[in-house]
Design a protein around this ligand. Structure first.
Ligand code: SAM
Length: 290
């Protein structure tokens, strides 16, 4: 087997050979710990026939570990300077394709159609650039991609918010937005020391399993998420206050009250106490008055 790209010595040698300088604006913190990389890949439970999509391969540390497990890996990299480096570091792996693109602008569905077999088991596995974690996750979740799940290293604080349960301080619109599409769990906490350069924040590996069906019945998804966002606008205010201040005008007070009663939800509660099921019930009643 080839020597790991991710050892600190090899990483330094690669960076020096290509005179590569990190771009903070692209969230470039490379992993330099093979153990952590293997743990991330284990989370994805890839079989010999599986495929993997990576976002931001950097110099290929995670890509390499994925290539050893999966049948095929497609990696999206925005930074042109990394392309010749990846060509070099990943040359032993014939099952990797690097796509030079901003993943937020890429047609991922089309790439999947072109690069993978029909019906193939596909996982997204990445050490995400922290400056765009949420937009990337929301893109992956909402574009109806035929993937089994997503395993990503992200800022610990964001992972905590995503996997949070009702009634906790971390629970909010991001928890609901993600958990509507996937089952979320925090798989691993990762120290700053495994990155080069070291980030300022702690990291965690988030494990998302895509849902086959929506967990609640909502009449209008956009409105459901509008109700959720409005309910968390001022966390310390009651549900009632947030709905009246951020979604409905004062003239509709009676209707909002009626909708709350029909949904069986006390307006004096705070948004953070409502389960997804309750938000679904509430939005299905409120939509009558929008
Ligand atoms: N996977 C490598 C590792 O673990 O060592 C690098 C991870 S580093 C945190 C994030 C990578 O994402 C960088 O290579 C960066 O250039 C790339 N990147 C940043 N924004 C991107 C975007 N919008 N689309 C694709 N790649 C992006």
């Amino acid at each position: 087997m080839n020597k790991d790209i991710s050892t600190p010595i090899r990483t330094k040698a690669i960076l020096e050979k290509y005179k590569f300088s990190f771009k903070k604006s692209l969230g470039q913190n490379f992993l330099i710990d093979s153990n952590i990389l293997r743990k991330i890949v284990d989370q994805a439970e890839l079989g010999e026939d599986s495929a993997a999509i990576e976002i931001g391969p950097g110099i290929g540390a995670l890509t390499e570990q994925l290539a050893r497990k999966a049948e095929k890996v497609v990696a999206f990299e925005i930074d042109q300077r990394l392309l010749p480096i990846l060509k070099d570091t990943l040359s032993p792996y014939t099952n990797v394709k690097v796509v030079h693109s901003d993943v937020l602008k890429a047609d991922v569905n089309q790439v999947i159609k072109e690069e993978f077999k029909e019906g193939q088991d596909i996982m997204v596995v990445a050490n995400l650039p922290y400056y765009v974690t949420t937009p990337i996750l929301m893109k992956l979740l909402t574009e109806n991609l035929p993937v089994r799940g997503i395993v990503v290293m992200i800022q610990k604080e964001v992972a905590d918010r995503i996997a949070a349960s009702p009634g906790t301080k971390d629970y909010g619109s991001l928890s609901l937005a993600v958990q509507y599409y996937a089952e979320a769990k925090n798989a691993l906490i990762v120290p700053k020391t495994v990155f080069m350069p070291k980030p300022n924040v702690d990291s965690a590996v988030l494990h998302l399993t895509m849902r086959k069906e929506a967990p609640v019945e909502v009449e209008n998804e956009d409105f459901f998420f509008e109700v959720i966002r409005a309910s968390f606008t001022q966390r310390r205010k009651t549900l009632w206050n947030n709905l009246i201040n951020n979604l409905f005008s004062k003239e509709k007070k009676d209707q909002v009250q009626q909708a709350l009663e029909k949904a069986g939800i006390e307006g004096q509660r705070r948004g953070e106490t409502l389960s997804m099921e309750e938000f679904a019930r509430l939005s299905n009643e409120l939509i009558l008055y929008k």
